[in-house]
Design a protein around this ligand. Structure first.
Ligand SMILES: [Cu+2]
Length: 120
């Protein structure tokens, strides 16, 4: 009987250890709030998270997060190409509109990955 009690305690302790480690991993992955000049674009197979991004005019840091697949995007008419790993500075002029598109051939829906930036 004593052996079973010890075994149960061991199982419970292990389960708790697993739960705590999962909880701490989630804490590490908690999202860092964006700075005021940062704009986050989320891409997945095969779309941007918004059909239209409304952005205040001014100098911004463009950030990219890939939810699924690996994507980058470019802004038509500019040299800008944003990758997952580094923010890119770009100054948006008031009243402008830009087309952005996936710039990394990523699969069957690649050509559909188009969105618009409207500068307020
Ligand atoms: Cu693509």
């Amino acid at each position: 009987m004593h052996k079973y009690a010890m075994l149960s305690l061991f199982v419970i302790a292990s389960a708790m250890a697993v739960v705590f480690s999962i909880t701490s991993i989630e804490k590490v992955e908690e999202e860092v709030p964006l700075a005021e000049n940062e704009v986050l674009f989320v891409m997945e197979n095969f779309a941007f998270d918004q059909e239209v991004y409304e952005i205040e005019a001014g100098e911004k840091v463009l950030l990219l997060e890939n939810k699924s697949g690996i994507h980058e995007f470019s802004i038509d008419g500019t040299e800008v190409n944003v990758t997952q790993n580094e923010g890119v500075n770009f100054t948006f002029e008031s009243g402008q509109e830009y087309t952005i598109r996936c710039s990394l051939t990523c699969g069957t829906g690649h050509l559909d990955m188009v969105s618009t930036i409207v500068v307020l």
